[in-house]
Design a protein around this ligand. Structure first.
Ligand code: PLP
Length: 391
């Protein structure tokens, strides 16, 4: 990111927080495998366990409940595949998975893969036009099928539009039928108070919270024991083998603690900037639609559709002007298809393709928003002249 670059892609990856950088780099300078019994190993183990304690304390769970992984994708895969396999081992008729159509691919794809390879029967809950999952639908599904449902997977907050789900209510519904509830909280941790004790299983990721890329965690309620994806040295209570990445884990813990410490002040500031961005874009450009829940969403996300534009064209013109944003999920960027999240919210494919996600965070400034407002009207006009998206 050069000095002049305006970075509006925090939901894709956030810059490292100084606290995380310091914790990680000091660990990178020393040797030690946390499984070794000698002094260097014990020192590394201490760092890992202190990190586990800090993360557990922020998330209101016990240190033992935190299983370190290589990121959000692995945590989601381990939860979904592992819980499904464990449940079916105990009772082979538990083949149904309930999930929502607005999940990240880190949830949707393992669910679909279980459908293809392990006979899972997948049911998608409906989402409304702001991206909130229909709880009446969930309740009906649970009432009708509790004897065949393996697990429920619904995210805490959406990465494309920012809409926050009613996690406590989902949790209560699932608990009423004793069905495990996995929650992808990758975008929520660090942005909202997240009480992981509400759910049976929760995924988080380092690089969305100001920690390093390539580390994350799965938080598991006691008694939820997914069948491992990775077998080997038996680290992480045999649930996730692999030598622990002590520097990354130290960076992850430092980021989560720091993000929790300044959450109120930071998110108030970021929300104000985001609201200013939305208001001024709407005031200066015609035919713009805001996607997601305007009242209950992540503080830093603004997803906007620009009628008559191709989202990719807008993105590239903005990039040429030094402004970096995204067309929804960065993981699917480059694939010229409308976002599955926006389609599930009822947008038509053309409107979905004309959408951009601006995501703000810790280092975002008023000058960033001002710069966007300076260049965007002309860029939208140019994109509109270039033509509407293909259906
Ligand atoms: N879940 C959500 C909601 C995400 O936004 C992402 C990343 O974009 C992931 C999961 C995957 O996390 P990671 O990049 O750590 O694998």
């Amino acid at each position: 990111m050069s000095k002049q670059t305006v970075y509006f892609d925090y939901a894709a990856t956030a810059p490292m927080r100084p606290e995380a950088l310091a914790a990680m780099t000091s660990e990178l300078a020393v040797v030690g495998n946390a499984s070794s019994l000698h002094a260097s190993g014990r020192r590394a183990r201490r760092v890992v366990e202190e990190s586990r304690e800090s993360i557990a304390s922020v998330l209101n769970v016990k240190p033992r409940d935190v299983v370190f992984t290589s990121g959000g994708t692995e945590a989601d895969n381990l939860a979904i595949k592992g819980i499904y396999s464990m449940r079916r081992l105990v009772n082979p008729s538990l083949r149904r998975i309930l999930t929502s159509p607005i999940e990240h691919h880190a949830v949707l794809d393992p669910v679909e893969s279980l459908g293809e390879t392990r006979k899972a029967e997948v049911r998608y809950l409906s989402a409304d036009n702001v991206g909130r999952v229909d709880l009446d639908w969930l309740k009906t599904e649970l009432e009708r099928g509790s004897e065949v449902i393996s697990l429920v997977a619904v995210m805490w907050a959406n990465n494309e539009v920012g809409t926050i789900q009613r996690v406590a209510e989902i949790s209560e519904l699932c608990a009423g039928f004793k069905i495990p509830f996995h929650c992808d909280a990758v975008q929520a941790v660090g942005q909202l108070p997240v009480d992981a004790s509400l759910v049976d299983s929760l995924a988080l990721s380092g690089h969305k919270v100001g920690g390093p890329i390539g580390v994350g965690a799965l938080v598991l309620r006691p008694g939820v024991n997914p069948i491992p994806l990775l077998h080997g040295g038996g680290q992480e209570r045999d649930i996730r083998s692999g030598t622990l990445d002590t520097p990354a884990i130290a960076g992850l813990a430092a980021a989560i603690v720091a993000a929790n410490g300044d959450m109120a002040e930071r998110t108030t500031r970021v929300r104000k900037l985001r609201d200013d961005l939305v208001k001024r874009v709407m005031a200066t450009i015609t035919d713009v639609k805001r996607n997601g829940d305007p009242d209950d969403s992540l503080p830093g996300i603004a997803n906007l559709s620009f009628e008559g534009c191709e989202g990719d064209a807008l993105l590239l013109l903005l990039d040429a002007a030094g402004i970096e944003c995204s067309r929804g999920s960065a993981c699917t960027a480059g694939v010229p298809q409308p976002s599955h999240v926006l389609l599930a919210m009822g947008l038509d494919p053309q409107t979905a393709r004309s959408s951009l996600r601006f995501s703000l965070g810790m280092n975002s400034t008023q000058a960033d928003v001002d710069r966007l407002i300076e260049v965007l009207p002309d860029i939208v006009a140019r994109a509109r002249r270039a033509g509407t998206p293909r259906a």
